[in-house]
Design a protein around this ligand. Structure first.
Ligand code: PLP
Length: 680
């Protein structure tokens, strides 16, 4: 049943820890409540009483399932609200105790791998209430589990302790019994909150049998819609409502109840109670199959959490040589939805603080990917997921990013690789399987070395435009062969002699500069490199290089900064107004009908294009010109008839960059697809 939801639109949804699809029975229950059972549970007429009965029944079921005992269970909007309420309640109680002259601890202790909602909430209420307690992280070990010896040392000073039941990034399950034993042995009166979001439906819970004071839950992590959650409060634990008003939820949480959400959550809890979720053994077997598929597709993959101590529904991994963003793009192109284990933006990935707290090597923290599925996954779903994962591995091989027995996509032409706003340029020649690299960034050194190895390319020269040669050294240290291109003497158009290296039937001449060099690429006539023969100049950080008398107007300038890295010699400097035209996705068919000569161009990377198998879009052939190859291709477009070029990618961002770049180069008939669109 769930497999049919998660394969909607040909998607394999493997991001259940972020949010899950909604169970059809939950949709039906919400629908029924909105249509027929729409009453306000506080009303005393029959319509209201029916709503009250639904509310009570769902609460009873939740209490049974979670072992709430004599404690209380309040419906909330989600876990973040539950966390606010728990922290507010504990801090108000601590403040009151202090006001009465009673001793309390002075530390707000929280696990180093907690969801950000926890430390942020602690800091917020501590500040607002003026409690002046010290926030202190409880470190975890390399397996991601709380260091109990540190807890033992700090427990006597703790006023509140916050530890999650299972981690959302890694699935690591906390040793709650161990934590409880330490807290009990220390005799501390600290309040204990356990963020139980990722545990619901996956771990046995019998809350009233534990020392836990507060446990927030969230419906949308387990097949219920967003906007509904629960908060468990132990009998006798202090409580301060976050919201006051009409006295709903026995005065604990004012506001008319979200009955559609409650009913939907009730349907999920019913499924849970009726054993519709898979057993641990089944989920373990599913994880083993996914892990095997991943190992086959992504050689060198490392899993970032020990399987024996983590939820079987979460796999967190890193792959040497591939960034989290690249893996995410690859999976997305193949219709597999995963998330980068770290928050990441297009240019700069922030390493995962969870993996950093586990003291994993930096590259693993920066490149981590999380794959997570729900406990109602079935065999068909896992089969389909494994097949797609294998397909992703093939796409990487085809694109030359992994060793391949078959034919990798031949690398030829000019390729731009960017990290955090800086660019490296590769001049690749497929015929001679050789390459020249300009301004290698240290961060890209492993990636470039792997690329050369996988494609069987020989690096003929590694050059730098500036004085900093650290990237060059980092790359040279990783290459199997040292660059060996002999230098050739050429004469430039201004009569000056220059040194050059040969690549792909062209010469790359060095033009020394006061603090480095520029490089000119063109087809030489004998030992003369005429200005008109130069197609590209690699200019480093020089935005307006002085190439008078050496290169002709119209030479494509390849710079060091990826925003505006490509410009045209002789054109007015980019003032940031070149926008490219946008075509709204919804209007694309009309646009194409009105412009029969328009060319659709997929600017995603070759591995994404291969993973998507995307030879056409909107019934038109779509050619692949990755953004990284735009500079190399732009010259041809500029020389040809100005037919509409329509750039597209996954989210629209790279398509827009391509259209802007073409506009800047003077090609005004460049478009990008914007708005809400789907590629698979
Ligand atoms: N705690 C954990 C462990 C989570 O994974 C999340 C959601 O990502 C939250 C808290 C916040 O939950 P909600 O979205 O219901 O506010």
């Amino acid at each position: 049943m769930v497999a049919t939801i998660v394969t909607i639109m040909n998607e394999i949804y493997l991001d259940a820890n972020a949010t899950s699809p909604v169970l059809p029975a939950a949709i039906a229950a919400a629908d029924a409540v909105m249509r027929d059972g729409f009453g306000n549970p506080s009303s005393t007429h029959c319509t209201g009483l029916r709503a009250r009965a639904t509310l009570d029944a769902v609460r009873q079921r939740a209490c049974r399932l979670l072992g709430v005992g004599a404690g209380r269970l309040t419906f909330t909007s989600g876990a973040t609200e539950g966390i606010q309420t728990a922290v507010l309640s504990a801090l108000c109680a601590i403040r009151d105790r202090r006001a009465r002259g009673e001793a309390t601890g002075d530390l707000l202790l929280y696990g180093a791998t907690e969801h950000k909602a926890v430390p942020e909430t602690l800091a917020h209420w501590n500040r607002l209430l003026g409690t002046g307690l010290e926030l202190r992280q409880l470190p975890v070990d390399t397996y991601g589990r709380h260091q109990l010896d540190v807890l033992r040392a700090l427990a006597p000073r703790a006023a509140m302790v916050c530890t999650m039941a299972a981690n959302n990034e890694t699935g690591v399950i906390s040793d709650l019994d161990g934590i409880a034993a330490v807290l009990c042995a220390s005799g501390t009166e600290a309040y204990w909150m356990v963020d139980s979001v990722q545990a619901l439906g996956k771990l046995e819970l019998n809350l009233s049998a534990t020392r836990i004071d507060y446990a927030p839950f969230s419906g949308h992590k387990l097949y219920a819609p967003k906007g509904i959650g629960m908060l468990y409060v132990r009998q006798g634990a202090p409580y301060t409502p976050l919201m006051c008003g009409g006295g709903q939820e026995a005065g604990q949480r004012a506001g008319t109840e979200n009955m559609a959400g409650v009913a939907a959550l009730g349907a999920v809890l019913e499924a849970l109670e009726n054993g519709a979720m898979r057993s641990h053994a089944q989920l373990d077997a599913y994880r083993a199959r996914l892990a095997e598929a991943l190992r086959g597709a992504l050689p060198g993959i490392v899993f970032n959490a020990p399987f024996g101590q983590a939820l079987a529904t979460t796999l967190n991994f890193s792959v040497p040589g591939l960034s989290g963003k690249e893996l995410l793009d690859l999976f997305d192109a193949a219709g597999v939805r995963v998330s980068a284990g770290s928050a990441c933006s297009s240019a700069k990935a922030a390493p995962s603080y969870v993996l950093e707290a586990m003291q994993l090597p930096h590259w693993r923290c920066a490149a981590a990917v999380r794959m997570s599925f729900g406990p109602m996954a079935d065999d068909d779903f896992i089969d389909a997921a494994c097949a797609r994962i294998a397909h992703c591995g093939e796409a990487l091989r085809k694109a030359g990013l992994l060793p391949s027995d078959g034919q990798a996509l031949a690398g030829d032409g000019i390729v731009q690789m960017s990290v955090a706003g800086e660019s490296t340029w590769l001049i690749l020649d497929a015929a001679s399987a050789s390459c020249v690299i300009i301004d290698p960034l240290a961060a890209l050194a492993p990636r470039i070395a792997d690329l050369m190895r996988c494609q069987g390319y020989r690096v003929r020269a590694v050059l730098a435009t500036g004085a900093d040669t650290s990237g060059r050294e980092a790359l040279l240290a990783r290459l199997d062969h040292q660059p060996d291109a002999p230098t050739i003497a050429v004469r430039l158009a201004n009569g000056a002699q220059a040194e050059a290296v040969a690549i792909g039937g062209q010469l790359l001449a060095t033009l020394p500069q006061p603090a480095g060099a520029l490089y000119l690429l063109g087809r030489a006539d004998g030992a003369v490199l005429a200005a008109a023969a130069i197609g590209f100049a690699f200019v480093g950080a020089a935005r307006t290089p002085d190439l008078a008398g050496v290169a002709a107007a119209g030479t494509i300038l390849c710079g060091a900064h990826d925003a505006g890295a490509v410009a045209l010699l002789g054109a007015a400097a980019d003032d940031g107004t070149a926008l490219g035209h946008a075509v709204d996705a919804a209007a694309l068919d009309d646009f194409l009908a009105a412009h029969p000569g328009a060319m659709l161009i997929d600017v995603r990377e070759p591995f994404e294009h291969a993973a998507a198998g995307a030879g056409s879009w909107h019934g038109r052939p779509a050619c692949s010109v990755p953004l990284s190859r735009l500079a190399g291709q732009a010259g041809q477009w500029l020389r040809s008839e100005r037919r509409p070029l329509v750039f597209f990618c996954r989210s629209g961002a790279r398509g827009e960059t391509a259209a802007r770049c073409l506009h800047r180069l003077g090609y005004r008939n460049a478009w990008h697809v914007s708005g809400n669109f789907s590629l698979n």
